[in-house]
Design a protein around this ligand. Structure first.
Ligand code: ADP
Ligand code: MG
Length: 500
């Protein structure tokens, strides 16, 4: 009996000992895995670094590329497209106008009434709908008939009664690269932001819409074809004549600004009355070897529909930030099991959207419950708080890089037009610095506070406080749609400029 007890006790001791060994091994393995993911985070931080010196190099590179793009067609990755817009709205416009805006994620229809004064601008109706994904890969006929039918429904809902039939004037706000041939016509250069309707490159966009409207018997004239950034600039200028540039941070990203016509060397005969013209930079395609590119960016680009294209947009556009974050989390989950078994949802491109990134980034609950909820939606359930904190950090690194690069882009424009305080090497910067307004719109900027804050901070750092106090960033909602209608109103009194 006594011997049996001794044997049992010894056996229990052996079991306890091996359980302890397993626990120690597991802890060590856990520590190694944690170290591994922390290493992945450190590598990401390092690869995304944007110190001030690097941002200043970006500013210089952007200004140089802008210049190159103005000198010759194809002289730069920045297309620096002519818009034939030389006069921006100033508040004196009158009449009722419509705008139909095809963005990267949404299309909008608006009607505005202008009474000849800024204060009498009346945005009478606004409709905003998601663009069905199926439409992005459909045919030109399907796309334009969809837009025409949406417009038809909008008009049929109008409550006011017209005593006699009126021809409606419409601005088509189009958020993709177009080679304009006049203020009301232009051909598609290429699709971006996930759109792929193959037979359309080279087609006149305004004609396509006009054809679809005619087919439905709608008495609407597509009287202006306006890039969304140009719409935003028009809206900004309508309210504040010091507005000289506009930037969109939405699904994608782009900018335009007012340039002196004599600086647009590739345009032999711009024939503008104001001596300046709005240039659509198409800055999403900016590239420099100094951009802080990571392996995640390379993968994203390689797997995208437009690889080797739109490199800048893929680092700062709302369509892409979520996917960069997703790729980092996926890498971590592949190299350790801190996220549990690899989730097939997490392996799906674009499943993590940038609005979820901002929701995680700005989660202020002590337990990071929003992070837990979003990870759960991605098939990653019940991760420890320290892992959730790690995810927040990833969001921070990716968004901070985007916002700082965006700031460098804005500073690049200011440098190009001599509003960055460098004064062309002159010392009397302060005296010559004029108030400069940059209109900014887009869902990323308007809805993601951390993006805004990082961008504003970086812009102040790049410009320095003395110059930054003269630069105003003005956020505006629906600016590009409303602004296009305003531009159409102001262009009614101006002769359409002939194509080159
Ligand atoms: P579009 O690009 O169609 O003109 P928006 O300017 O409204 O549309 O931008 C939509 C994009 O803005 C979304 O695809 C998303 O990337 C980004 N976005 C919208 N809401 C948020 C948010 N809360 N946080 C971060 N990004 C957002
Ligand atoms: Mg937009």
């Amino acid at each position: 009996m006594g011997r049996v007890l001794v044997t049992l006790t010894a056996a229990a001791a052996v079991v306890a000992c091996s359980v302890a060994t397993v626990a120690v091994r597991r802890r060590m393995k856990g520590k190694r895995k944690w170290k591994k993911v922390v290493g992945i985070l450190r590598d990401l931080e390092e690869a995304c670094e944007t110190p001030l010196g690097r941002l200043r190099q970006m500013v210089d590179a952007i200004a140089v590329e802008m210049q190159a793009g103005l000198v010759s067609e194809g002289g730069s990755k920045l297309k620096m497209l002519l818009t034939f817009v030389d006069d921006l709205p100033n508040g004196s416009e009158t009449g009722t106008y419509y705008a139909l805006h095809l963005g990267g994620s949404y299309f909008r229809i608006i009607r505005v009434h202008l009474g000849g004064q800024r204060s009498t601008l009346e945005v009478q109706d606004v409709e905003r709908h998601s663009i069905p994904t199926s439409l992005m890969n459909s045919t030109s006929e399907v796309l334009f008939d969809f837009l025409a039918s949406s417009l038809q429904m909008f008009i049929e809902k109008e409550v006011f009664n017209l005593s006699q039939p009126v021809k409606r004037e419409l601005a088509f706000t189009f958020s993709f690269p177009v080679k304009q041939t006049s203020i009301s016509s232009g051909v598609l250069i290429k699709w971006t932001k996930g759109f792929a309707i193959s037979e359309m490159a080279g087609e006149d966009i305004a004609e396509c819409l006009q054809g679809a409207l005619n087919k439905r018997g709608l008495d609407i004239r597509v009287a202006a074809l306006v890039n969304d950034t140009v719409g935003a600039l028009s809206f900004g200028h309508f309210h504040d004549p010091d507005t000289i540039a506009a930037v969109v941070f939405g699904t994608g990203s782009n900018a335009c600004y007012l340039e002196r016509t004599d600086a647009i060397i590739k345009c032999q005969n711009p024939r503008t009355t104001s001596g300046s013209m709005v240039v659509n930079m198409e800055w999403g395609n900016f590239w420099s070897s100094r951009l802080p590119r990571t392996s995640y960016d390379l993968e994203l680009d390689a797997e995208s529909m437009n690889s080797n294209d739109m490199g800048f947009e893929k680092m700062i556009g709302g369509m892409y930030l979520g996917d960069i974050v997703r790729r980092v989390i996926l890498r971590m989950s592949q190299e350790s099991d801190i996220f549990g078994p690899i989730s097939s949802i997490l392996s799906t491109p674009f499943v993590l959207r940038t609005n979820s990134v901002s929701a995680m980034h700005e989660d202020d609950t002590p337990e990071l419950l929003e992070v837990a909820r979003i990870l759960n939606d991605l098939g990653v359930a019940e991760v420890a708080l320290k892992v959730r904190k790690l995810v927040v950090k990833i969001c921070d690194v990716v968004t901070r890089r985007a916002a700082r690069l965006a700031a460098a882009g804005i500073a690049g424009i200011l440098k190009k037009v001599g509003r960055d305080g460098s004064g062309g090497g002159r010392r009397s910067d302060k005296q010559i610095m004029r108030r400069t307004v940059v209109a900014v719109e887009g869902g990323l900027y308007l809805n993601y506070r951390m993006f805004r804050e990082y961008m504003d901070e970086a812009l102040r750092d790049i410009l320095g406080e003395d110059v930054a106090q003269h630069v105003v960033i003005k956020a505006m909602e629906d600016g590009s749609s409303i602004g296009s209608a305003l531009l159409l109103a102001s262009s009614q009194s101006v002769q359409t400029i002939q194509s080159l």
